[in-house]
Design a protein around this ligand. Structure first.
Ligand SMILES: NC(=O)c1ccc[n+]([C@@H]2O[C@H](COP(=O)([O-])OP(=O)(O)OC[C@H]3O[C@@H](n4cnc5c(N)ncnc54)[C@H](O)[C@@H]3O)[C@@H](O)[C@H]2O)c1
Length: 365
C-alpha cells in the first residue's frame, strides 16, 4: 500500500557521536510517533569514506558524501541536519537556509553571537531546530508543566549544573573539542550551553551574569570549568555551572528550582526520575517525592514503553525530532529554534565577557 505522507529527504552532516544519535532518531521516529512525514534517509556526509559506508549500512542511509557544500546545494534534499564540529555550524546552516532547506543544527548554535545572528537572519524563512535535546527528557518536560501550573510558585532559586569528568585525563588525544579554532570555547559552549537552555526554558529570561572560568590542565587552550551567578527576569537568582573536571560525574546534567510552593530537582544520571517537594503539604507529610516519570499522563508517556519501563538518552532525540515534525506539519514555530539558540549564545557571550571583565554583564532583552 502506498504511503500518502509527504516525503522529506534528509541529509545528515557529521557521522560522529551525534551522527549516530541523529541517525537513530531519523530511523526510529515514525516507529514511536505517528509523524505526518515519511523520512527518507538520503545522504550521510562525513570525511572518512570507510567509516561512512559502515555507518550508512548500519543506519539505512542510501548514499554517502564527503563534501558538505555539495550536499547542501542538492535539489533532491529537503532537510539538512548539522552534526558537525561547532566552527562549521554557521557556514553550513547559512548555506542550507539560502538553498531553501529545513535546517536542524546541533548545539551550541554557533561559536559567537555574531555567527548566531547571521544564522537567524539567513534562516528567517525556513523552519529550524536546535538539538537542545534535554528539553525532551520526559522528567524535564514534566518539570516545565509543573512550573507552568504554578506547583512551585514564585521561584527564588534556580541552580543548573552540568558536570563531566573526562577533562582530568590529560593523556586523552586532542580532538576538535579542545581546539578553540573549532570548538570556539571549552566547557562554556559544550556543556554550559545545555544548562543555559534549560534555565531559559524552565525559569525564563536571564538579565545579567557574573562568571569566572578556569583551565586546570596545563597547556590546554580552552576553559575546563565555569561558575556563574545569574539574575532572572522573574526576580529569582541562580547559579549556572559546568565542568569537565566534575570527578564522579559521567554526564551529570542537573537542576534544582526552589519556589514559594515547592521544589523540583533533576539529575540526568537518573533521568526517568523527577524529585518534587510540595511545600503546601501539611508539615508532618512534607518530604521529597521521587516521581518515576513514565506514566501515560506524563510527557511522551504513551509513545515509548509501559509505565515503569524506563527510557534512555536516545529517546530524547527521537522525541525532539517528533515534536519538530509535528510543528512543521502544522506550520507552527518549533522551540528551540535558531532564535532560541541565539538567546543561549547571548548568555554564553555575557558569561565569557564577565569572566574577562570581572564585572556583571547584562544580556540583551
Ligand atoms: N545534543 C547533545 O547532547 C550533544 C552531545 C555531543 C555533541 N553535541 C554537538 O554535536 C556536534 C558534533 O559533535 P560530536 O560529538 O558528534 O563530534 P564528533 O567528533 O564525534 O563528530 C563530528 C563529525 O563531523 C565530521 N566532520 C568534521 N569536519 C567535517 C567536514 N569538513 N566535512 C564533513 N564532515 C566533517 C567528522 O568526520 C565526524 O563525523 C557538536 O556541535 C557538539 O557540540 C551535542
Amino acid at each position: 500500500m502506498s504511503d500518502p505522507r509527504r516525503e522529506l529527504r534528509v541529509a545528515l552532516l557529521g557521522q560522529g557521536f551525534m551522527g549516530k544519535a541523529h541517525s537513530n532518531a531519523f530511523a526510529q521516529v515514525s516507529r514511536f510517533f505517528d509523524v505526518p512525514f515519511r523520512l527518507r534517509l538520503s545522504v550521510l556526509c562525513g570525511r572518512d569514506q570507510q567509516a561512512l559506508e559502515r555507518s550508512a549500512a548500519a543506519w539505512g542511509w542510501e548514499q554517502t558524501a564527503t563534501d558538505w557544500r555539495q550536499v547542501v546545494e542538492r535539489p533532491d534534499i529537503d532537510l539538512i541536519d548539522i552534526a558537525l564540529p561547532n566552527h562549521l555550524h554557521s557556514e553550513a546552516a547559512i548555506a542550507a537556509a539560502r538553498a531553501g532547506k529545513i535546517v536542524l543544527c546541533e548545539k551550541p548554535l554557533a561559536n559567537t553571537v555574531k555567527e548566531a545572528k547571521a544564522m537567524v537572519e539567513a534562516a528567517r524563512n525556513v523552519p529550524t531546530m536546535v538539538w537542545f535535546n534535554y528539553r525532551r527528557v520526559p522528567a524535564i518536560a514534566y518539570a516545565k508543566r509543573l512550573i507552568d501550573e504554578g506547583r512551585v510558585g514564585q521561584v527564588f532559586h534556580y541552580r543548573g549544573t552540568y558536570q563531566q569528568q573526562w577533562g582530568t585525563d590529560t593523556n586523552r588525544p586532542l580532538t576538535w573539542k579542545m581546539d578553540p579554532e573549532q570548538a570556539g570555547h571549552g566547557v562554556v559552549g559544550d556543556l554550559l550551553s545545555h544548562a543555559v537552555d534549560l534555565a531559559l526554558y524552565l525559569n525564563g529570561a536571564i538579565e545579567q551574569v557574573t562568571a569566572l572560568t578556569r583551565t586546570f590542565a596545563p597547556g590546554r587552550a580552552v576553559e575546563d570549568a565555569v561558575e556563574s551567578l545569574a539574575t532572572f527576569a522573574n526576580g529569582s537568582i541562580g547559579t549556572l555551572e559546568a565542568t569537565r573536571f566534575g570527578v564522579g560525574s559521567r554526564n551529570g546534567n542537573s537542576f534544582e528550582v526552589q519556589g514559594a510552593k515547592g521544589m523540583l530537582r533533576f539529575h540526568l544520571e537518573d533521568m526517568n526520575k523527577l524529585e518534587f517537594f510540595d511545600a503546601t503539604d501539611g508539615a508532618p507529610l512534607q518530604g521529597v517525592r521521587s516521581l518515576l516519570v513514565t506514566d501515560a499522563q506524563h510527557p511522551y508517556g504513551t509513545n515509548f514503553w509501559r509505565p515503569g519501563h524506563i527510557i534512555g538518552y536516545e529517546h530524547t532525540f527521537i522525541a525532539a525530532l517528533a515534536d519538530f515534525l509535528f510543528s512543521l506539519s502544522r506550520d507552527e514555530q518549533f522551540h528551540p529554534n535558531f532564535e532560541d539558540g541565539l538567546r543561549v549564545q547571548e548568555v554564553l557571550d555575557a558569561v565569557l565577557q564577565s569572566a574577562h571583565s570581572r564585572r556583571w554583564e547584562g544580556i540583551p532583552t
